[in-house]
Design a protein around this ligand. Structure first.
Ligand SMILES: *Cc1c(COP(=O)(O)O)cnc(C)c1O
Length: 426
């Protein structure tokens, strides 16, 4: 049986399959570039594992306090070497990306200090962490103020505005690498490096933290290679490689990371406590697989952009643009199209493929939201997923795919559903 027949069994019509193959023919050179980055990053991870002599004893489970947890401590050395930092905190006790960012911020900001975002508004969930939206236990409640310099209309840094916002209280600068669910562009590591250099030029002792979510292993450099004092992210996104069932990381200077450990556990205890609960095999192996998994997700994002751009839908980033994260926004223009797209993604999943996604009133959103995800790890967005609020401009955000082939099937099925609904004609 050939591939076309296999796709037919999976629900992809001949017309959609052939359309996809035609789009793919032009993408081969791009895919080769992505493979080269993955190859480099695989080497980086292997070097770090070899240098730290990873062996079977590091996979042992610990419970209770977790004193002398050599597997956990060595994993942190491996992460520090991968990100070229002095230290790392990599823990299942960090519950998600927002938690990792909260630990990094609240550990390194004291009452009277100011936090500055030079890249406009931060990710939604950080609004309550910072106190932009009132919340119990926000940084604002603890006397930490917040300043923001917006991007210029073309999405570039407004250096004059940033200079004007840096004052004697500015302690920490937070830079979000991925656009997340905003419409601004994501930043390259080189751009972030330039921004860090500028900020440290204005105030040499200011600390720079990068929200690295969705950006890990997309390029051969990480922001920590270009001056970031901390890089922070979630293990159920890129660096967990789809295997980590929970967790977050903070890599950075010894000074910053030590404070994070004291904040996460307790002053005096720091990194000494925190049992690994048997998760070390998935953390090590997930990191090992991550460069390849990220390359598959990137291919999926580029394929989606090219499939939908050629059909007249606006895509961010565009089909030909460079990638700095794994997120692909596709503006579909109507609620029906969003539902059809998500149905296709869902029906291509290995888990919950028989479920039909429906828009629902998710708490905290002012419009209904639709989500498609059939993941092994609940909520994991390094696995193939798509979501978006049902409102103008009716855009879905598409990301992940543990393998390129699965991402490809998901995109073909999304197109299939749009064709079946009569929204797209091939
Ligand atoms: C996902 C994400 C977060 C928050 O991570 P959660 O794990 O959802 O809490 C923060 N910033 C960015 C840019 C993200 O993509």
């Amino acid at each position: 049986m050939n591939n076309e027949m296999m796709y037919e069994q999976l629900g992809v019509s001949r017309a959609v399959y052939e359309y996809g193959e035609a789009v793919l023919r032009d993408l081969r050179p791009r895919f080769e570039e992505i493979d080269a980055v993955a190859e480099h990053n695989q080497g980086k991870v292997l070097l770090a594992m070899q240098k730290n002599r990873v062996n079977a004893t590091h996979f042992a489970a610990t419970t209770g306090y977790g004193y002398d947890d050599e597997g956990r401590d060595n994993l942190e050395r491996v992460y520090a070497d991968v990100f070229h930092t002095e230290a790392a905190l990599v823990r299942p006790q960090i519950t998600c990306g927002t938690h990792a960012l909260t630990v990094a911020l609240s550990a390194n900001l004291l009452p009277g200090d100011e936090l500055l975002s030079p890249v406009g508004a931060p990710y939604d969930t950080l609004e309550e962490v910072i106190g932009i939206r009132e919340s119990k236990c926000s940084l604002k409640e603890y006397g930490v103020t917040y300043a923001q310099a917006d991007l210029r209309p073309d999405g570039t840094f407004d250096y004059e505005a940033i200079r004007a916002k840096i004052n004697d209280r500015t302690k920490l600068i937070t830079i979000q690498r991925s656009k997340g669910y905003a419409t601004r562009p994501s930043f390259s590591v080189a751009q972030i490096g330039e921004l860090i250099t500028f900020c440290k030029g204005v105030k040499p002792d200011v600390k720079c933290m990068v929200d690295n979510c969705y950006g890990e292993f997309v390029e051969v450099l990480e922001p920590s290679d270009l001056g970031a004092d901390m890089v922070v992210g979630s293990l159920i996104k890129n660096p967990g490689g789809g295997l980590a069932p929970i967790g977050g990381y903070i890599c950075g200077t010894k000074e910053c990371v030590e404070r994070c450990a004291y904040r996460l556990s307790a002053p005096g205890l720091g990194q000494e406590v925190g049992a690994n609960l048997g998760l070390m095999p998935s953390f090590y192996q997930g990191l090992f697989l991550s460069p390849t998994v990220v390359s598959g997700a990137l291919k999926g994002a580029i394929f989606a952009a090219n499939v939908y751009e050629k059909l007249g839908f606006a895509c961010v980033p565009g089909g030909l643009e460079d990638r700095h994260d794994i997120i692909q926004a596709v503006t579909l223009g109507s609620a029906e199209a969003m539902v059809a797209f998500c149905k296709g993604i869902q029906s291509a999943a290995p888990v919950d493929s028989y479920v039909t996604p429906e828009p629902w009133a998710m708490p905290g959103y002012d419009s209904e939201v639709i989500m498609a995800a059939g993941a092994f790890i609940q909520g994991s967005s390094i696995e193939l997923s798509a979501d978006g609020p049902i409102r103008e401009p009716y855009a879905v955000y598409f990301q992940g795919g543990l393998t390129w082939y699965h991402a490809k099937l998901g995109i073909l099925m999304s197109l299939e559903k749009l064709v079946e609904a009569g929204i797209v004609k091939l």
